[in-house]
Design a protein around this ligand. Sequence first.
Ligand SMILES: Cc1cc2nc3c(=O)[nH]c(=O)nc-3n(C[C@H](O)[C@H](O)[C@H](O)COP(=O)(O)OP(=O)(O)OC[C@H]3O[C@@H](n4cnc5c(N)ncnc54)[C@H](O)[C@@H]3O)c2cc1C
Length: 413
Amino acid sequence: MERDSMEFDIVCVGGGIATLSTVLRLLKRIKQSGLSKEKPSVLIIEKSENLGNHVLSGAVVDPAPLAELLSEDERKNFPIESPVTSEGFYNLTRTDSFKLPWVPPMMHAENYPIVSLSSVTRYFGKLCESAGAEIYAGFSAARLLEENGKITGIQIGDKGLDKDGSKKTIFEAGPNVMAKVVILGEGACGKLTEKLITERNLNKGCNAQTYALGVKEVIEIPSRPEQKGSIIHTFGYPMNSSTYGGGFIYCMSDTKVAIGMVTALDYTNPTINPHDIFRLFKVHPLVREYIKDGKVSAYGAKVLPEGGFYSAPDLVTDGAIIVGDAAGLLDSLRLKGVHIAIQSGIAAGDTLFQCWEKNDYSLPMLETYSKIFQETSGWKQMHRVKNVRASFAHGMLPGIMAAGMSWITGGIL
Ligand SMILES: Cc1cc2nc3c(=O)[nH]c(=O)nc-3n(C[C@H](O)[C@H](O)[C@H](O)COP(=O)(O)OP(=O)(O)OC[C@H]3O[C@@H](n4cnc5c(N)ncnc54)[C@H](O)[C@@H]3O)c2cc1C
């Protein structure tokens, strides 16, 4: 089939925080360098109609990499709902809740920003566009193109197919986008990324990736200023002791609360349903108190990668690099991936800057990305808790104790 073809220097698959950070870092480094060389052309393809539509809102973000990526002015305009003002860690039973006398050190988030992740994604998108990148929202990358073992671009999905895949009268063949390098930031379970990892054996010697499902709601409540900034993490009910997961309540503002429940998908009881677990969580007396008289304003469910350090694949192949959740770069113990996505983006942006400077996008140049990323605090955190997830196979309490031990010994145990 004849397809139109476009050419860019860099094409990003997915308009999430990881690719946007990559592009922002690259274009900022170029501007700061003052070099008169022509800037690379950059295209970001996002399958949702608007940037941020496929991102679940209501997140607590570790702000560590923000100062590295954003200028002072950009940080002032960074869309924060509220800083975290109080935090609690609770064990729930069916009818009661017990607050632990301390919050485990790895869960501490005091003063961290509580954000709408969709708003942050749109904000990063605007910064990328002002820096010169192009964003095509509403288009999905359908496959990677390759020539002689090198990734050379992507094919955008066809439009106007019916549910059996037959062409309708409005059929339009998706164009090819050729590029010197493809940045894969599709998030967890990315279609193109998973195929690439399998075909190129990029996960050789790694544990198989494991996933959890997060079900989340944002609830509008009558104004309760005293709640604003409180965050709570829970374990125990409604999860049984052999299933890994937990709940969270993030009071984003006087009138908005994000609540959610994360269920690991390696559960052994086949009757478990993550959505039912979430509904039981919602009517627990502790949770009810925070959302009473409220109305759901947003709802979503999304997978997150949980395999951690031992499941992270090679991040680079000839012509492509993988950033953020697509590579499983997430600290599942803390339920935090945004800062690691930003750090992987910064590492990728710095690498692409060197490629642009030297006009060399070869594999050895791209491999710099893994080296830079391995020096980040996010990767070191993933290393520190590398054995923790496995300890939860023995139940929730042994898992929590193992997490504490791992933290104290810096990941040795
Ligand atoms: C329930 C839940 C709660 C969470 N809470 C927190 C929290 O409080 N703090 C925190 O730090 N982290 C949290 N996380 C993790 C955080 O959301 C992720 O780590 C982060 O969003 C990863 O960013 P990313 O850019 O790698 O991927 P994503 O945010 O998933 O973005 C990927 C983008 O790529 C697009 N895409 C995918 N495939 C294609 C394709 N083929 N073509 C075009 N576009 C494509 C998607 O539509 C999406 O917009 C949470 C996750 C979940 C599920």
